[in-house]
Design a binder for this molecule. Structure first.
Ligand SMILES: NC(=O)c1ccc[n+]([C@@H]2O[C@H](COP(=O)([O-])OP(=O)(O)OC[C@H]3O[C@@H](n4cnc5c(N)ncnc54)[C@H](OP(=O)(O)O)[C@@H]3O)[C@@H](O)[C@H]2O)c1
Length: 347
């Protein structure tokens, strides 16, 4: 029997229906529940900030993927950072800051049986802020780091192109590639994002795909061709980059955000025979495969943050759970500038 913390109410966003195309208000249901004291071995976390990720759109679909879909009626899955407000688990104390997958809600109750297999872990705010732990020190940062270093294996002097360059994954990829001694060319939507990755992050160039030609931009800024393409967007941009790759190029398939709201089948690359001609390879990455190695990468990234070689930009949107549906859609219109974070409570 668990006691109820009578003063606390948990507001939640649940998946009400599977979307066709872009999600709308009809896809969400808002609920509230009383918050209960944790039972023996359990932990209660107050959610501070949620990570809004393009992958969420995929988790709303039926069908086989690297992770089961969110069920209808279930609290929407989301990574986040929170603070322990009650604990009957020896490894967690009230006041600890933790990361995990709380879902789109204000309080995350983790029962004893789930603590070990949940993603719940303590984080050290001396290494980075709450929102940096959702960005370069968190899941997107790990994606960029392992995708580039393990799959891409950059060598000094090589040319790396990254799409979604001003986003969460893209900003990490470009900065790690610069640290690795590469020429780095971003692709992003709009002058403000392109200026930022060049001026603030030190990319060598950035192609604004919304106002210019990606083909011409690649010709101009990648005079020696493309050795590594880190693909966050898929679609036509992937097809265009394939026409500029070098012998033994590596194409990292991280995501295809241009295709996530399609109501027609995903558009595959027409120019894939460029892989044959160039003896190149295209390889997918799922960040969770690298979970055992996160601590090493986090330590490396935290050192770069400290010595100034890495910058971290988050787009923090207030408004809590009620603001979740509109905020999520910013990812697909490109309105977010930096890692999109939904603030749920003051840190
Ligand atoms: N494989 C994995 O394990 C893994 C893990 C994390 C993320 N990902 C993937 O990595 C990619 C980036 O994720 P993120 O969290 O870093 O998101 P993000 O880049 O911070 O935000 C999404 C950005 O995508 C761009 N975009 C939206 N629609 C587009 C379109 N039709 N064509 C081109 N660009 C478009 C927009 O930037 P612009 O304004 O520049 O268009 C938008 O700001 C996504 O595809 C995501 O699914 C994969």
């Amino acid at each position: 029997m668990t006691a109820t913390l009578t003063t606390l109410v948990n507001h939640q966003a649940r998946l009400a229906a599977r979307p066709v195309g872009m999600a709308t208000a009809a896809n969400w249901q808002f609920t509230e529940e009383a918050v209960a004291e944790p039972a023996e071995g359990g932990v209660l976390v107050k959610v501070l900030a949620l990570s809004l990720d393009p992958a969420m759109r995929g988790w709303m679909n039926e069908g086989k993927s690297y992770i089961p879909p969110v069920a209808i009626g279930e609290v929407m899955r989301a990574g986040g950072i929170g603070r322990v407000v009650a604990s009957k688990h020896p490894d967690f104390a009230v006041g600890d800051t933790v990361s995990g997958t709380p879902g789109v809600q204000e309080y995350w109750s983790v029962p004893a049986a789930q603590v070990a297999r949940s993603s719940l872990s303590k984080i050290d705010l001396a290494l980075g802020s709450v929102t940096q732990w959702l960005n370069v020190l968190g899941m997107p940062g790990m994606t960029g780091y392992f995708g580039l270093m393990d799959v891409g294996q950059p060598q000094p002097g090589e040319t790396v192109v990254v799409s979604g360059a001003a986003g969460a994954v893209g900003q990490t990829v470009g900065q790690i590639a610069k640290i690795s001694g590469c020429r780095v060319v971003g692709i992003a939507g709009g002058a403000a994002k392109c200026d930022w990755v060049v001026r603030e992050l030190g990319f060598d160039a950035c192609i604004d795909y919304k106002t210019g030609s990606v083909r011409e931009g690649l010709k101009q800024h990648c005079p020696k061709g493309v050795d590594i393409y880190f693909d966050n967007v898929g679609g036509e941009i992937l097809d265009t980059v394939l026409t500029r790759i070098n012998l033994k190029a590596r194409i990292i398939i991280c995501g295809a955000i241009s295709q996530y709201n399609n109501t027609t089948p995903v558009a595959g690359p027409k120019n894939y025979l460029s892989l044959l001609v160039n003896r190149a390879r295209m390889e997918g990455i799922v960040v969770f495969d690298y979970a055992q190695r996160y601590p090493l990468a986090i330590a490396e990234m935290a050192a770069y943050l400290k010595d100034g070689r890495m910058k971290s930009k988050e787009d923090i949107v207030p408004g809590g759970v009620a603001a979740f549906p509109d905020t999520l859609n910013k990812l697909f219109s490109g309105e977010n500038f930096g890692k999109l974070v939904l603030q749920v409570a003051e840190a």
